[in-house]
Design a protein around this ligand. Structure first.
Ligand code: SF4
Ligand code: SF4
Length: 369
């Protein structure tokens, strides 16, 4: 598998940071095997939720963390469908993340993890880019130093989908939303892969405080989850679809003659319960036909948890499986997370994959045209 090499092995002295009671919850019923997207592709016990819990448990008991152990733990996308389905109340991705943290804190990680961490640490973003993070912003006039609400763009839209960042901010700035002067990665890629993200949290937090923002709005499901769960609860975190749904009547959207389907990003839907707002916005614009698995049952795009960065082939195969859920005859797959969009596109979707903001911008443009 990609990136299966080990940085350092400490062996049986591995000190895990996992609450043993969390692992005892698993009764090995196997329910999670039927839903884990990684198990669906690879078919090995060590690549599903139950197997990963057994691996984490064995590590606590002194198992040496070899390449197989690291691949087991690092191929979890943290999609959370196993948690949603587990009859015993276990939370496998939380156990996986603790195990990754425990190993990384001792310098035990795959080469891919180490490279990824290095890239983020030298550049402040997931791509190792040194260019201007705000290069997409053509009109810098009128950016406020103080505002109630701020738009957190995220690495992906800043560097890979600048047109989505621009469209999003074009809408948000009408409502007095501003930008952080020196946004940096939210820390999600580091946290999910077991590394410390304290300095990222601090730097963003200081800017949010300086601006005086009470609300942070983001269009990335990974940033949303991190800002909500890994930052101190000093501000409200709102997703772009929630914001758009709340301001639907002020957007004056025109109906478009098209039918789309909607892919629930795991960290937006299952992770944070945001299912209805994107659907409300879509239905205000065009017809919506649901994917075969949706809402709480939605299947992962394969991109999260560091899986795309460390195991690209696996990640894209999971995305291909997800594309099988697309209903026939739709004009586009809409989603609300740039990582999902990227993975579904790269997996070769025959149907165009777009951001909800692209759809909204089309409806607004059509109105003014
Ligand atoms: S569904 Fe829950 S209890 Fe059953 S094997 Fe999976 S993690 Fe363990
Ligand atoms: S979070 Fe997703 S990928 Fe990870 S073990 Fe659970 S079902 Fe599998």
């Amino acid at each position: 598998m990609n990136g299966a090499k080990i940085g350092t092995i400490i062996g049986a002295e591995t000190e895990m940071q996992i609450d043993p009671r969390a692992m005892e919850l698993c009764v090995r019923c196997g329910t999670c095997r039927s839903v884990c997207p990684v198990f669906e592709v690879l078919g090995w016990e060590s690549r599903n939720s139950r197997g990963r819990i057994m691996v984490a448990k064995a590590l606590r008991e002194g198992l040496s963390p070899d390449a197989e152990v690291l691949d087991s733990l690092n191929t979890c996308t943290t999609c959370g469908i196993c948690t949603a389905k587990c009859p015993a109340g276990a939370n496998p991705p939380a156990i996986v993340q603790s195990a990754r943290r425990g190993l990384v804190s001792q310098g035990i990680m795959t080469e891919a993890q180490a490279r990824f961490r290095e890239r983020v640490n030298v550049s402040g973003n997931t791509f190792g880019e040194f260019g201007d993070r705000l290069a997409w912003l053509s009109n810098r006039e009128g950016l406020k130093d103080k505002a109630e609400r701020v738009y957190f763009v995220g690495c992906l839209d800043s560097y890979r989908y600048p047109e989505v960042a621009e469209k999003t901010f074009e809408i948000l700035r009408r409502f007095g939303v501003t930008l952080l002067p020196d946004e940096i990665c939210c820390g999600s890629p580091l946290i999910r892969t077991g590394s410390d993200a304290g300095r990222y949290v601090d730097k963003n937090l200081r800017q949010i405080e300086k601006i005086g923002a009470k609300t942070v709005i983001t269009g990335c499901a990974g940033c949303l989850s991190t800002l909500k769960k890994d930052y101190p609860a000093e501000f409200e975190v709102v997703s772009v679809p929630e914001f758009l749904a709340e301001h639907l009547s002020e957007l004056e959207l025109e109906r478009l003659e098209m039918t789309v389907t909607y892919h629930d990003p795991c960290h937006l839907g299952r992770g944070n319960g945001i299912f209805d707002p994107p659907r409300e916005v879509i239905r205000a614009i065009c017809d919506l036909e649901e994917m075969r698995a949706n809402r709480m049952d939605s299947r992962c795009c394969g991109g999260g948890g560091g899986v795309r960065a460390g195991y690209l082939d696996l990640s894209l195969e999971i995305a291909r499986q997800r594309l099988l859920d697309v209903p026939p005859g739709v004009d586009a797959i809409v989603s609300c997370c740039p990582l999902c969009i990227r993975n579904l596109r790269d997996a070769g979707s025959e149907v165009e994959v777009i951001d909800l903001v692209d759809l909204v911008a089309k409806a607004i443009k059509s109105e003014s045209g």
